[in-house]
Design a protein around this ligand. Structure first.
Ligand SMILES: *Cc1c(COP(=O)(O)O)cnc(C)c1O
Length: 496
């Protein structure tokens, strides 16, 4: 029997996995969630012997049950190949008392590659299975990393077009250069004068605009999403938690059944939700530690049970976490409410109207495995320096937020349980901040000189993704106001 997905706002809005991937959003404002949680159907011990690709199949077949074995295996082998510069795909690096799960070995050197390398294959397979004849238009808001990873994944994929909106002044120099140099006739990158929340809210509005949808259908297009609101993003992210458990088993760090804790630098709540789903299918995860930067709306939520976005938006050195409306939290709220879609819908309505909602004590108890922490800019920089000086290992700013949260708030009490810290970006992607953290004297150097200096310090090769943009020409330079997004979509789709 196929595992079905329903909307977090209406359980009668049900679809198969491939339909959920095609649609992206549920259409009623909600997100698709699995109707029930499947269970890992292989013994935990056996995880230690599986390759990344084998682990991916073992996990993804549980969630994407309407894909055939051959379809899934094709998607997996095309996604996780030598685009990754490490054969393990997601290696674990030990430094001191923590294990850094390196999720940045893909084409765009951030963890978004883990899912966006496979999403285009899952989506085109889904289109075929569901006899979709329209071209799929991927609409995506990015805080910096999703954009490039989605562009790289969908560039020149037949039957698709991709439009990415990013906050013009809210991404790092390398992130912006990566996007504006993207090749591919079917790609479009647009800067907006606003922040990530503006971009994400604008994209959600486009998705729920029925008139626009009908107009585009007539022109041969349908929308989907590459953001982590798409279940096709979330499911591939469950894989690396299962894989890291296998790695700890094979190193003899734990015995089968013993727990590991996970620490995740969080923005839109996709990555850590995937860890929660891993736990739900039977992976022994103890604590789920949600690390925030100074935009600590999630920390406050886990402390108090009140989600309140009414606060100043802070631009930090970990831009991919500069978010006040964490979309995927809606899925956790839905699960915490015991699958009560109308309760969830009313909380989300409150969020839209007042910017705030609070959960009941009962719901709070249902998510007690989560703990929150946050790191200030100063703590983040100090952590980069500490780990570099003690272990000769250079963290990027996002990973450093998580590492700081773990070491200041949790390490003491969690000595006997190994901590896996999701390492979400290569330090090369945020070289300016990383180098400034190590020594202020670097602040006068230009971006590429810094990269060469980082190479000298870290002793790791400069990633291909960086070499490619060094001299690449800028191909996209559109900047618009945040209320011009619909016009921009029409313009791009009509111009051919
Ligand atoms: C996207 C991103 C995050 C946040 O992940 P979410 O799934 O949105 O919580 C953290 N670090 C980096 C480098 C990212 O690109």
């Amino acid at each position: 029997m196929n595992l079905m997905y329903n909307s977090t706002r209406n359980v009668d809005n049900r679809v198969t996995a491939s339909q959920a991937i095609l649609k992206g959003l549920a259409g009623d404002g909600g997100l698709f969630v699995p109707e029930r949680f499947p269970e890992l159907d292989i013994p935990l011990e056996s995880l230690s012997g599986l390759s990344y690709q084998e682990t991916a199949y073992a996990v993804m077949k549980l969630f994407l049950s309407d894909y055939t074995e051959q379809e899934l295996k094709d998607c997996i082998s095309r996604a996780y190949d030598d685009k990754f510069d490490n054969r393990e795909i997601a290696p674990l690096h030990r430094a001191g008392d923590a294990w850094y799960l390196e999720l940045f070995h893909g084409a765009t050197i951030a963890f978004k590659d883990m899912a966006l390398s496979i999403l285009p294959y899952l989506m085109t397979t889904a289109a075929r299975k569901n006899h979709e004849t329209h071209d799929i238009v991927i609409l995506t808001a990015t805080s910096g990393d999703t954009g490039k990873a989605a562009l790289a994944g969908f560039a020149d994929v037949p039957g698709t077009k991709i439009i990415v909106f990013y906050p013009k002044d809210g991404v790092s120099a390398v992130q912006e250069k990566q996007m504006v140099t993207q090749k591919g006739d079917n790609t479009c990158e647009i800067g907006i004068r606003g922040n990530f929340d503006d971009a994400q809210t604008g994209v959600k509005r486009l998705f729920s605009d029925r008139a626009l949808e009908e107009e585009l259908l007539r022109d041969g297009f349908c929308f989907s999403s590459a953001n982590s609101i798409n279940i096709g993003r979330l499911v591939p992210q469950i894989v690396y938690y299962v894989y890291s458990y296998g790695h700890l088993l094979s190193e003899g760090v734990i015995a089968a059944g013993e727990p590991m804790n996970v620490v995740v630098p969080t923005g839109n709540f996709g990555n850590i939700l995937a860890a929660f789903y891993a736990k739900k299918i039977g992976l022994p995860i103890g604590k789920l530690i949600c690390a925030s930067n100074e935009n600590k709306v999630l920390y406050d939520f886990f402390q108090t049970g009140v989600y309140d976005r009414n606060r100043e938006f802070v631009l930090t050195s970990s831009p991919s976490m500069d978010i006040l409306i964490s979309s995927n939290l809606e899925r956790l709220i839905y699960h915490a409410a015991g699958g009560d879609a109308s309760r969830n819908a009313s909380l989300m309505r409150e969020l839209l109207l007042t910017g705030r909602y609070s959960v009941t004590a009962e719901m709070k108890a249902a998510i007690k495995d989560f703990s929150g922490g946050y790191a200030t800019e100063e703590q983040t920089f100090a952590e980069i320096r500490r780990v570099y000086e003690q272990y000769d290992y250079v963290l990027d700013t996002h990973t450093a937020v998580a590492s700081s949260v773990y070491h200041t708030g949790f390490a003491q009490d969690c000595k006997n349980t190994p901590a896996v810290i999701a390492s979400t970006a290569s330090p090369y992607k945020f070289a300016r901040s990383v180098m400034a953290a190590i020594d202020e004297k670097y602040s006068v150097m230009d971006d590429f000189a810094l990269i060469d200096e980082l190479h000298r310090l870290a002793g790791t090769p400069v990633p291909r993704a960086i070499e490619e943009i060094r001299n690449a020409p800028v191909l996209h330079d559109t900047v618009i106001e945040k209320d011009e997004m619909e016009m921009a979509v029409r313009h791009f789709l009509r111009k051919e």
